[in-house]
Design a protein around this ligand. Structure first.
Ligand SMILES: [Zn+2]
Length: 248
C-alpha cells in the first residue's frame, strides 16, 4: 500500500516496514524540482541521511544497469548512460528522477540488495524490468525474496504512443496487447504501469510483493510534475520528482 506522508510531501509504501533500516519514497512537486542536486540534498538532510552517498543516473531511456558496489568514496556518484542501478552497499541512496516515466524501486530481503530504475516506453520495450530482476538474482537473490514498488507515473488516460511504437511492442510483447494497449484515434494508449507489473510477474515476482501507485502524474497537477502536460506548453512549470531507496 502506498500512502502520502504529508509532513514531507512524499508517497511512501508499507513495504518499507519489511526492515526498520529501509527508507523508500517518491516525492511530489511540493518537495521541489529534483533536477537540482541542492533540492535532493536538502531533502535528505531532513532525514539525517545527508552523510549517505548519493547515487544519480544519467537516464538515457536504455536498459543499461550499473552495479555500484565498486568502492567509491565520493559523496555523489553520477552513473553515466544508466537507467537502472543495483547495490549491496549500505548507506547509499539510489535516486531516479522522473516526470511521467515509472520510478521503480527494488529490494531483496535475502541479500539486502537495493535497486532503482527509470522506465519509460523505450525501457519497457527493452524489458528493463525483467533485466533488473535478473541482475538482482545474479548476485544471490531468488524471485520469492524480491519486492518491487512502482511509483507515480503517467497512466493510460494520458499516455499516447504512435503506431510505430505500438508495432515495436507487438513484435516482442503481443501477449499483452489486450491488457496494456487501447486504440485511440490514429494512435494507441499505453498502460505503462500495468505492462511493467505484468513483466515483473513474468519474471517470477509474487503479486503480493509488488506495490504500485494508482494515480496519474498528468491528471494530478496539484501533486506531480508531468513532462507530457507541461514540458512544451508550460516549461516554467516543469520539474522532476525523485524516487529513492536506502538501507542503513
Ligand atoms: Zn491521466
Amino acid at each position: 500500500m502506498i500512502y502520502l506522508n504529508t509532513q514531507k510531501d512524499t508517497y511512501v509504501t508499507s513495504l518499507s516496514n519489511l526492515r526498520s533500516s529501509l527508507s523508500i519514497g517518491f516525492t511530489t512537486k511540493k518537495v521541489g524540482d529534483c533536477r537540482k542536486i541542492s533540492v535532493i540534498q536538502d531533502y535528505f538532510k531532513y532525514y539525517n541521511l545527508h552523510n549517505n552517498k548519493l547515487v544519480l543516473l544519467e537516464q538515457i531511456h536504455s536498459a543499461n544497469i550499473t552495479n555500484t558496489n565498486q568502492h567509491n568514496n565520493s559523496k555523489i556518484e553520477q552513473l553515466e548512460e544508466s537507467d537502472g542501478v543495483i547495490s549491496l552497499e549500505k548507506n547509499v541512496i539510489l535516486v531516479v528522477r522522473v516526470a511521467d516515466c515509472l520510478p521503480v524501486i527494488y529490494f531483496s530481503l535475502k541479500t539486502g540488495c537495493i535497486g532503482a530504475a527509470h522506465i519509460g516506453w523505450r525501457g519497457t520495450l527493452k524489458n528493463l524490468m525483467g533485466k533488473m530482476i535478473e541482475n538482482i538474482k545474479n548476485i544471490g537473490s531468488e524471485s520469492n525474496d524480491i519486492y518491487i514498488i512502482i511509483g507515480p507515473a503517467i497512466n493510460q488516460c494520458c499516455y499516447e504512443i504512435d503506431v510505430d511504437a505500438y508495432g515495436e511492442f507487438m513484435s516482442v510483447m503481443e501477449r499483452y496487447s489486450k491488457v496494456a494497449f487501447k486504440p485511440h484515434g490514429q494512435k494507441f494508449r499505453l498502460n505503462l504501469e500495468r505492462l511493467n507489473y505484468e513483466l515483473a510477474l513474468e519474471s517470477g515476482i509474487d503479486k503480493t510483493h509488488i506495490d504500485y501507485f494508482p494515480f496519474c502524474t498528468s491528471c494530478n497537477s496539484d501533486h506531480f510534475f508531468s513532462y507530457r502536460r507541461d514540458y512544451k506548453k508550460n516549461s516554467e512549470l516543469f520539474g522532476e520528482m525523485m524516487g529513492y531507496i536506502t538501507v542503513q
